[in-house]
Design a protein around this ligand. Sequence first.
Ligand code: ADP
Ligand code: MG
Length: 140
Amino acid sequence: MATQRTLSIIKPDATERNLTGKINAVFEESGLRIVAQKRLRLSRLQAGEFYAVHKERPFYGELVEYMVSGPVVVQVLEGDSAVAKNREVMGATNPADAADGTIRKMFAENIERNSVHGSDSEENAANEIRFFFSDIEIVG
Ligand code: ADP
Ligand code: MG
C-alpha cells in the first residue's frame, strides 16, 4: 500500500462540543498520523471556495453558513491509503447510514452537522491540502 496524505477538517459542530481530542484519537488508533494541524475560523469566501463543487446543490448556502459558524481544525493525515482509510473511519455522510465505530456514527448530529470532512480522491486531497497548508507546515 502506498503512503498518502489527505485533508481532514474537524467541523464546527465538533469543536463546539470539545470533541477534537476524541476525534483525533480515532484517527490515530486507525493508523493515520496527524502530520499538520491548525485551528482557525473560515471566512465566508474561504468556505464558499472550499465547497465550490457543491455550489449548485440546494444545501450550499446553509453549508457555508454552518462552516463559518465556529472554529474548525484543519489537518493533514498521513498513512497507507490515507484517502480511503480516512473516508472509512469517517463513515457515511448521513450519520443514520454510518457504520458502528465510525466518527460520524459516534459524534455527528445530522447529515449537515456531521463532524468531519475528508478528501474524496488523491487529486482533491492534494488541492485541499494546498488550500490550507504550505509545505513547511507539514511534518511527517
Ligand atoms: P462528504 O462530506 O461525505 O464527502 P458531500 O461531499 O456530499 O459529503 O457533502 C459535503 C458536506 O455537505 C457534507 O459533509 C455535509 O456537511 C453537507 N451535506 C451533504 N449533503 C447534505 C444534505 N442533503 N443536506 C444538508 N447538508 C448536506
Ligand atoms: Mg465530499
